[in-house]
Design a protein around this ligand. Structure first.
Ligand SMILES: *[C@@H]1O[C@H](CO)[C@@H](O)[C@H](O)[C@H]1NC(C)=O
Ligand SMILES: *[C@@H]1O[C@H](CO)[C@@H](O)[C@H](O)[C@H]1NC(C)=O
Ligand SMILES: *[C@@H]1O[C@H](CO)[C@@H](O)[C@H](O)[C@H]1NC(C)=O
Ligand SMILES: *[C@@H]1O[C@H](CO)[C@@H](O)[C@H](O)[C@H]1NC(C)=O
Ligand SMILES: *[C@@H]1O[C@H](CO)[C@@H](O)[C@H](O)[C@H]1NC(C)=O
Ligand SMILES: *[C@@H]1O[C@H](CO)[C@@H](O)[C@H](O)[C@H]1NC(C)=O
Ligand SMILES: *[C@@H]1O[C@H](CO)[C@@H](O)[C@H](O)[C@H]1NC(C)=O
Length: 639
């Protein structure tokens, strides 16, 4: 009984452990899924068998105790013997009334499968699980320093065979790279860089380009994820310097190449950009003709390829304020509405970016949380001529020039310069606009800016918040490099990635399982204790096999009663069914038992009518094997 109970608990725990191991587990294979469910049900079935076994054994013990205590009709005795297979016992008032404990046990035996086999597998279901975790993953980042160390002479091949591409093309003083004192110098943006920057510039969406599988790559699988990266890349820092002609003196002081007189309504331009003052020239020397840019002996190699300054963006634009002009305005003759003039300056900085990436399904978003300018890409300013105008030819100080002989620094600056140059190409030029009076008013475009999203799609004029738009335009151009993992500057970095995903998994609710098992375990435990107490009290164990029936019905009274019903057939004579019988010690040994087989002095236990029985007592010698063999006993009445 106890072993069976312990096995039942062990199987229930086994089911719990199996389900726990399946909890939130993804199982793609349908067949395997079904298998796991069946294993769980098998455990539930075997634990039912084990608990049922305990209860049945106690029940058998119990009914004999009942038979000894109570005289019951043959019908009730029948039903008590059969209760584990035949539930009609529960309709028998006599049994319920006279043998309540046995009836309850039988009921428990019937209910155990409901809790274990039927309900307990319900603790394991299948559903969507929202998994939240974080992991240290390798995600793409930008590392312009990688340009510093690369030499175009030995290509950098990735494991999958693609060639890592530099942002720029170089000219050199020696193609072999063997001559002492040779150096490479900047020529132009590489085709790969050109492609990325142009695609972003011409795109009308505000989102930077990215590779189609960026989410899978960055999140480490089919997740939604967010993370933050920090890297150093070029960035423009813009500041507005003039909002009307009153600021022209200030502009002059700062060395602006033009002033508000260029802009509508004073001038003709609604947009005017001067973005190439002091720029790196191409060719560096007009005498360079040999492919590869190898300079002849007449070329001064000291100034060849040197970054003396990085051009400052000087941009002026006028905005239609949409407010009608006053009648006394000097521009009333040609203009109907007031135009506000703006001039701003942007300086190219090496910038520390902190970018938050959010990949959600097909949607992705890169938000620049912080953009901290570190130092100008080339930290020089322009000296002034005697008339006060800036001398674009000779920036100062000389020691801040970046020489191609300082290879590492030079290549990084060249990379920054490349991206800047790619954007400046779109900004340079101007947009003129004719006044509405006498009209018609239209624009004459002399700039590629018209191709970009910096120009409003409703008025064909530059955006009202051009400085901000321009900075983010450039940021997007930098971030678009992530779309080209073959670029050398696209590196990988380990960061903490917060990721989530919806997964179709097993879901195990331990509470449900134990809600099924705990009543079973409790009831079985109580029954077990009752059974143990019965055994202690009875001093023996009982069973219900045929042999036990056979030996407990050796009573002539029973022979008399049942005469004519010896076939065991159905229906059984009603009269007999309603005879009350009890189990006990026969008071007077009948003659038949007085014969040779009778064991003198030993009580004979059997079913009989209550009047001929006396109770069985613990410790008394009744017919048992040991006594049977030992015939030395003298006849003694056992009463
Ligand atoms: C503005 O520029 C024009 C020529 O571009 C010049 O004649 C004028 O003096 C400048 N105005 C100021 C206030 O500097
Ligand atoms: C590089 O060399 C080519 C000639 O092969 C020349 O056309 C080009 O202008 C040179 N680049 C620079 C920046 O001098
Ligand atoms: C300026 O804006 C007003 C109001 O939207 C519009 O009527 C006017 O035509 C605009 N002026 C020009 C020159 O586009
Ligand atoms: C301004 O308008 C007058 C007539 O209203 C015209 O003669 C003159 O050419 C216009 N000026 C410009 C710059 O369009
Ligand atoms: C990421 O973007 C999605 C879609 O816009 C948004 O619902 C989610 O809150 C964002 N996650 C974070 C961490 O900002
Ligand atoms: C025009 O520009 C606005 C603002 O930039 C944008 O929301 C809108 O979608 C654009 N329209 C088209 C047709 O692209
Ligand atoms: C990502 O988030 C979206 C929106 O919340 C959701 O519809 C989608 O199922 C999620 N994808 C994964 C793999 O969890």
């Amino acid at each position: 009984m106890i072993l069976s109970f312990v096995i039942g608990i062990a199987l229930a725990i086994g089911q719990h452990l199996l389900y726990s191991s399946l909890h939130h587990k993804v199982e793609e294979d349908e067949g395997q899924k079904v298998k796991w469910v069946l294993y769980g049900r098998a455990l539930a079935y075997f634990s039912k068998v084990a608990f049922g076994m305990t209860c049945i054994m106690v029940y058998r013990q119990r009914i004999w105790t009942t038979f000894r205590k109570q005289a019951l009709t043959v019908l009730s005795i029948d039903q008590l013997f059969l209760a584990t297979e035949d539930p009609s016992l529960f309709l028998n008032w006599e049994a319920i009334n006279l043998a309540p404990l046995a009836t309850i046990m039988a009921l428990v035996i019937w209910l155990i499968p409901v809790a274990t086999i039927i309900f307990s597998p319900g603790a394991l279901t299948f559903g969507w699980y929202f998994e939240v975790d974080n992991a240290q993953l390798m995600v793409p980042t930008l590392n312009f320093a990688r340009e510093s160390t690369v030499d175009w002479r030995d290509p950098n091949i990735m494991p999958d065979g693609t060639k890592k591409q530099s942002l720029m093309f170089y000219n050199t003083t020696d193609t072999q790279g063997k001559q002492p004192g040779f150096f490479d110098y900047y020529d132009q943006p590489s085709f790969a860089a050109d492609r990325v920057t142009q695609m972003n510039a011409l795109s009308l969406t505000e989102t930077p380009l990215n590779r189609p599988d960026a989410r899978q790559k960055s999140c480490g699988g089919n997740f939604n994820c967010t993370y933050t990266t920090t890297f150093i890349a070029p960035g423009y820092k813009c500041e507005e310097l003039a909002t009307s002609s009153a600021d022209n003196a200030k502009l002059d002081e700062l060395g602006a190449p033009f002033n508000t007189s260029m802009l509508i309504p004073e001038g003709k331009n609604v947009y005017f950009a001067d973005v190439e003052e002091g720029d790196y020239t191409k060719p560096q020397d007009s005498r360079i003709t040999i492919p590869g840019g190898i300079p002849g002996p007449e070329v001064d190699k000291n100034s060849l390829g040197v970054f003396k300054s990085e051009p400052i963006l000087w941009i002026g634009y006028s905005v239609n304020s949409t407010e009608p002009l006053d009648d006394d305005s000097p521009f009333r003759q040609n203009w109907t509405h007031r135009f506000d003039q703006h001039i701003f300056r942007c300086i190219h900085y090496e910038t520390n970016y902190t970018v938050k990436w959010n990949y959600t399904d097909s949607f992705y978003k890169s938000t620049i949380i912080e953009q901290k300018p570190l130092s100008p890409v080339v930290n020089t300013t322009f000296s002034q001529r005697s008339d006060g105008s800036p001398n674009w030819e000779i920036p100062v100080p000389f020691e801040n020039y970046v020489s191609p002989r300082d290879t590492q620094r030079y290549k990084k600056v060249a990379a920054y310069h490349t991206i800047g140059q790619s954007m400046r190409k779109f900004l340079k030029g101007s947009i003129e606009m004719d006044a509405p009076i006498p009209g018609p008013s239209y624009t004459r475009v002399r700039s590629d800016i018209q191709q970009t999203r910096l120009v409003s799609n409703s008025t064909s004029l530059p955006m009202n918040d051009l400085p901000d738009k321009l900075q983010s335009f450039y940021n997007n151009m930098v971030l678009s490099l992530f779309s080209a993992p073959q670029m050398l500057v696209v590196d990988r970095e380990q960061v903490l990635v917060n990721r989530t995903r919806f997964q179709s998994t097993f879901i195990y609710d331990a509470k449900k399982l134990w809600a099924c098992y705990s009543p079973v375990i409790l009831a079985t435990l109580i029954i077990l204790i009752v059974g143990a107490w019965d055994i202690v009290k009875d001093g023996t164990t009982f069973s219900v096999g045929f042999s036990r029936i056979m030996v407990t019905t050796r009573n002539t009274t029973l022979d008399d009663i049942s005469r004519g019903a010896c076939l065991g057939n159905d229906p059984f004579p009603l009269e007999l069914m309603h005879t009350r019988l009890k189990f006990g010690v026969l008071n007077e040994p009948t003659e038949e038992y007085m014969g040779v087989e009778a064991l003198p002095g030993i009580g004979h236990c059997a079913f009989g009518v209550p009047s001929e029985l006396s109770p069985i007592r613990r410790g008394q010698p009744y017919a048992g094997l040991a006594q049977r063999e030992n015939k030395r006993f003298t006849k003694e009445k056992v009463d």
